[in-house]
Design a protein around this ligand. Structure first.
Ligand SMILES: CC(C)(COP(=O)(O)OP(=O)(O)OC[C@H]1O[C@@H](n2cnc3c(N)ncnc32)[C@H](O)[C@@H]1OP(=O)(O)O)[C@@H](O)C(=O)NCCC(=O)NCCS
Length: 343
């Protein structure tokens, strides 16, 4: 078998429900595009026969992996897992194909949050089917059909079971804490989000899976699934980048460098570099926009989608006429360096 183009291998520890189905998996040190020799050694130790698979591990198989790994970090992890009573798994992805299991889905989400891949760079087909809905609690992941028994058990023991959400995706920070970021409120960033160095996500900010900020960025608004915000851009309080998962939006957006989407503003079109949208103005793809020249004279009226991806645009709603205008942006923003230093 050819191991030279292997996509990823990772050993993980997770939670299963009482029917032995995976609820979630944590991978402390995934190998992305692993060294062929390492991939071969680990795969052969498990009798791997090809394809994308997740293989449940036993004490004996963990030990046989530890015997063959050449990677120091893998050895450390395997030694720690050797004594665990928790469900353990090795996930082997020969290629970046559609997702077929819960451990595969979690591995691909880790690869994004660990910055091995950027949003839209990997195949996430089938991810919703592969991820079970989970009740997230201070005692870990619980299957929704088992939550009442666990709540009762906790109460009878005089303890509390705190539920923090019911969702297919967990909080990123409970799995990956990227270097050089600030995230004010962990529930606002899902596992699978990509946060580059110098990204700040304030309480109002939200970053979905397969979406992110290249960094440095200030995020006080929503970054929807598939959206990438380039360096130096600022998403003002409660601003929005239009998503494509629900509600009929079709264009996958990106925001270029040094843009400002004002507070309570939003965009339904991709923006190039140095664009500003006035606070409170939501540009949709069909918004009629008057394009003005430097002397604020009308050049043409277009639908906003015709301006998609262009740079140096300032969008305002003229407060006298109500018309949405696009002027040349002469004052692009610069992030406050002190505010964005994360040391
Ligand atoms: C759109 C925006 C960027 C304009 O700010 P600016 O570039 O500093 O522009 P100014 O306020 O100096 O205005 C420049 C000119 O445009 C005019 N103008 C600005 N906004 C206008 C509007 N909505 N309607 C009509 N004219 C407007 C001004 O009157 C001024 O005209 P003048 O040159 O004839 O005097 C600003 O209003 C804005 O919305 N910023 C967003 C801030 C924000 O939300 N940050 C995030 C915080 S969480």
């Amino acid at each position: 078998m050819d191991y030279s183009n292997f996509y990823a291998i990772a050993v993980g520890v997770g939670t299963k429900n009482s029917a032995d189905a995976w609820l979630e998996v944590f991978y402390p040190a995934p190998l992305f595009k692993p060294n062929a020799e390492e991939a071969k050694a680990l795969a052969e130790a498990l009798g791997y026969e090809g394809g994308n698979v997740a293989i449940d591990l036993t004490d004996a198989t963990v030990a046989s992996l530890a015997d063959v790994t050449m990677d120091e970090r893998q050895l450390e992890v395997l030694n720690l897992l050797a004594d665990s009573k928790r469900p353990r798994v090795m996930t082997l992805l020969a290629s970046d194909a559609p997702i077929t299991s819960t451990p595969e889905a979690y591995l691909k989400l880790h690869l994004l949050s660990l910055r091995h891949v950027r949003p839209n760079e990997q195949n996430l087909d089938n991810i919703f089917a592969a991820l079970p809905n989970v009740v997230w609690t201070n005692r870990g992941a619980i299957d929704p059909s088992e939550i009442v028994d666990r709540q009762l058990e906790a109460r009878l023991a005089g303890e509390s079971l705190e539920v923090t959400g019911v969702d297919k995706f967990p909080h990123m920070l409970n799995y990956v804490v990227p270097s050089g970021v600030r995230v004010a409120y962990s529930s606002r960033v899902r596992l699978g989000a990509y946060l580059g160095e110098g990204t700040t996500v304030m309480h109002e900010g939200f970053i979905n899976f397969n979406a992110g900020a290249i960094g440095p960025n200030m995020v006080e608004g929503r970054i929807s699934q598939g959206v990438i915000v380039d360096s130096g851009s600022d998403l003002g309080g409660a601003s929005s980048t239009m998503g494509t998962l629900s509600g009929g939006g079709e264009i996958v957006l990106s925001v270029g460098k040094d843009c400002l989407i004002g507070a309570n503003a939003g965009t339904g079109i991709p923006l190039g570099d140095r664009c500003t949208i006035e606070a409170g103005l939501y540009i949709t793809a069909s918004t009629r926009v008057q394009v003005l020249d430097e002397n604020r004279q009308l050049v043409k009226t277009v639908k906003a989608r015709e301006l998609a991806g262009q740079s140096d645009m300032l969008f305002i709603r003229n407060s006298e006429s109500g018309q949405v205008e696009c002027r040349t942006n002469t004052k692009a923003i610069q992030l406050n360096e002190k505010l964005h230093a994360h040391n």
